[in-house]
Design a protein around this ligand. Structure first.
Ligand SMILES: Cc1cc2nc3c(=O)[nH]c(=O)nc-3n(C[C@H](O)[C@H](O)[C@H](O)COP(=O)(O)OP(=O)(O)OC[C@H]3O[C@@H](n4cnc5c(N)ncnc54)[C@H](O)[C@@H]3O)c2cc1C
Length: 435
C-alpha cells in the first residue's frame, strides 16, 4: 500500500493530524493498535487553544454539544480541621476574544468526533487493531493479528504515545523523571449545579474535581507512591471518606463507586525528546513529551502539535516543497512552547507535592496574589490556555512573594492581545517560505 503520510497511533494527536491532512486532500494512513476504546483514563480537559484548532477543523460546535464548559477553577485551601481557610479563582474569562473558557469532554467521545469527521474523506484510511511494528526510510511494517503488511509513504509521523516506535526508529531516547506522588483517578456522578472545576487541598491532601457532561465528574486524588496497593485492601467506604472529608458536596455521589476496580492509578512522569524531527519522520504528543497532569496540558499539547505539523505537511505537499528539511519548521514552533508548558506543569505539581504546612502557606499566598494582581492572573490563564505565552518577570515574582504590593491596574486589551500567538507565530513558513 502507498500513501503520502503514514501516522502511527490513532489517539487524539494522530487523529487530529490525520484530519488536518485529509481536509487538505492529502492521502493519509493511520494505524491504531487498539481494536476499540482505550480502557484507561486519559486527558479530558480542552484548553482554549485546542478549541481554536477544532474551530479551524469545523468541529467546535459538535465538541461543545458533548462537553461541559469550564469558566472558572475554584481553588480551596482547607485547614487541618477541614474548614475553608482560603478561596481563590482562576478565571478563563480574563482572556480576550471568544476562546476564553475550557471544556471537559470524555476522551473517547472526542476521539470519535475527530475520527468520524476524517472518515468523510475517501483518502483517510484508518486501520484499527493494527500495530506499527517497525519503520524504515520508506516503509512502515504493520501487524494485524498474524498478518503483516507494509505501507510506503513520503512522511512518517509518530503519534503512538509514550512507547513510540517512530521515536525509536529516529534513534531518540527519552529519560522519564518520576514524581514523589501518584494519583487515584475515577469518574462518578455529580450534582447538576456543580459545573466549574474545583481543586481542594490541605497541607497534605489534594483533590481535583473536573465536571464532565451528563452530570458526571472526573476526579484526581493525590497519594504516595505504593499507597494504591494498601488502599485497595481497605473497604471502598474508606475511599468515599477520603473524598467526602475534602468535598462534602460529593457525599451521596461518590458512593456510587462500589468497587476499587473502577479506581485507576495514574503515575505522573515527565520527559522531553531532544528533537521532534529526523529525515522524513516526526513525532507529536506523548511520543515527543510527557507532562505532569496537574495543569491539564497533555492532550492539549498533542492537539497543538498536530495542528502545526498538519498545516506544515499539507502546505509542503500541496505546494510541491516536499524536502523533509522543511519539517523542522514544526520543531521550531513547537519545541520551545512545549518546554515552557512542561516547566509550568512541573511547578504546579511541586506546589502540591510536599506535605508541609509552610508549603501550604506559600501556595495559599501565591494563589491569593495571583487573584489580586490582574497581571499575574492574566499571565497564568494565558500560559495555561495555549493561546499565547507571557512569561513572568522579576517584578511579577516579587509581587507574588509579597515583597512588592500588587498592581492597581491590570493589563490593557492591547497588552493582552500582543501576547497572543498570531497566525505568523503559529505558521511562520507561510511568510518566510519553504525550501
Ligand atoms: C494512563 C494515562 C492517564 C492520563 N491522564 C491524563 C489526565 O488526567 N489529564 C491529562 O491532561 N492528561 C492525561 N494523560 C495524558 C494525555 O491523555 C495524553 O497526553 C494524550 O492522550 C496524548 O495524546 P497522544 O495522541 O499523543 O497519545 P495517546 O493518547 O497515548 O495515543 C496514542 C495512541 O497510539 C496507539 N499506539 C501505541 N503504540 C502503537 C503502535 N505501535 N502502533 C499503532 N498504534 C499504537 C495507542 O493505542 C493510542 O491509541 C494521561 C495519559 C495516560 C497514559
Amino acid at each position: 500500500m502507498k500513501t503520502e503520510v503514514f501516522i502511527s497511533g490513532g489517539g487524539i494527536g494522530g487523529l487530529t493530524l490525520a484530519l488536518k491532512l485529509a481536509k487538505r486532500g492529502i492521502d493519509v494512513v493511520v494505524a491504531e493498535k487498539l481494536p476499540g476504546e482505550t480502557p484507561v483514563y486519559k486527558g479530558e480537559l480542552l484548553q482554549p487553544k485546542s478549541m481554536q484548532v477544532f474551530e479551524g477543523l469545523g468541529l467546535d460546535s459538535e465538541i461543545r454539544s458533548f462537553a461541559n464548559e469550564i469558566r472558572v477553577l475554584d481553588l480551596l485551601e482547607l485547614s487541618s480541621s477541614l474548614q475553608v481557610k482560603d478561596r481563590s479563582f482562576m478565571d478563563y474569562s480574563v482572556l480576550p476574544g471568544k476562546f476564553n473558557r475550557a471544556f471537559m469532554i470524555r476522551h473517547e467521545q472526542l476521539k470519535s468526533i475527530i475520527r468520524n469527521a476524517a472518515l468523510q474523506y475517501p483518502h483517510f484510511h484508518y486501520f484499527s487493531g493494527t500495530a506499527c511494528k517497525e519503520l524504515t526510510e520508506s516503509k512502515a511494517v504493520l501487524q494485524l493479528g498474524k498478518d503483516k503488511t507494509e505501507v510506503e509513504a513520503r512522511y512518517f509521523f509518530g503519534a503512538e504515545g509514550r512507547a513510540s516506535v517512530t521515536r525509536k526508529a529516529m534513534g531518540i531516547s527519552v529519560k522519564a523523571a518520576e514524581y514523589n506522588h501518584h494519583f487515584l483517578t475515577v469518574t462518578f456522578p455529580r450534582r447538576p449545579d456543580f459545573t466549574d472545576g474545583r481543586i481542594i487541598s490541605t497541607y497534605n491532601r489534594f483533590l481535583g474535581l473536573f465536571p464532565l457532561p451528563d452530570n458526571e465528574v472526573r476526579s484526581v486524588y493525590l497519594i504516595s507512591p505504593g499507597e494504591y496497593k494498601q488502599l485497595k485492601e481497605k473497604p471502598v467506604e474508606y475511599f468515599h471518606k477520603m473524598y467526602t472529608d475534602l468535598a462534602p458536596s460529593v457525599n451521596g455521589y461518590v458512593q456510587q463507586i462500589t468497587s476499587w476496580k473502577k479506581i485507576q492509578l495514574m503515575i505522573p512522569i515527565q520527559y522531553h525528546a531532544s528533537s521532534y524531527v529526523k529525515g522524513n519522520k516526526a513525532i507529536i504528543g506523548d511520543a515527543a513529551h510527557a507532562v505532569h497532569p496537574m495543569a491539564g496540558e497533555g492532550m492539549n499539547m498533542a492537539i497543538q502539535d498536530a495542528d502545526i505539523l498538519g498545516e506544515l505537511a499539507a502546505d509542503m505537499i500541496t505546494s510541491g516543497h516536499t524536502d523533509p528539511e522543511n519539517l523542522h519548521w514544526y520543531e521550531k514552533v513547537r519545541y520551545s512552547r512545549a518546554a515552557y508548558v512542561l516547566g509550568l506543569s512541573h511547578l504546579s505539581a511541586l506546589a502540591y507535592s510536599f506535605p508541609y504546612k509552610p508549603v501550604s502557606y506559600l501556595r495559599r499566598r501565591t494563589f491569593e496574589r495571583m487573584e489580586e494582581d490582574q497581571f499575574l492572573h492574566y499571565k497564568q490563564m494565558l500560559n495555561i490556555s495555549g493561546m499565547g505565552i507571557w512569561k513572568e518577570n522579576a517584578r511579577d515574582r516579587l509581587i507574588q512573594s509579597g515583597v512588592l504590593p500588587r498592581r492597581k491596574r491590570g493589563p490593557t486589551l492591547d497588552m493582552k492581545e500582543r501576547n497572543l500567538f498570531a497566525k505568523e507565530d503559529d505558521y511562520p513558513w507561510k511568510e518566510e517560505g519553504l525550501t
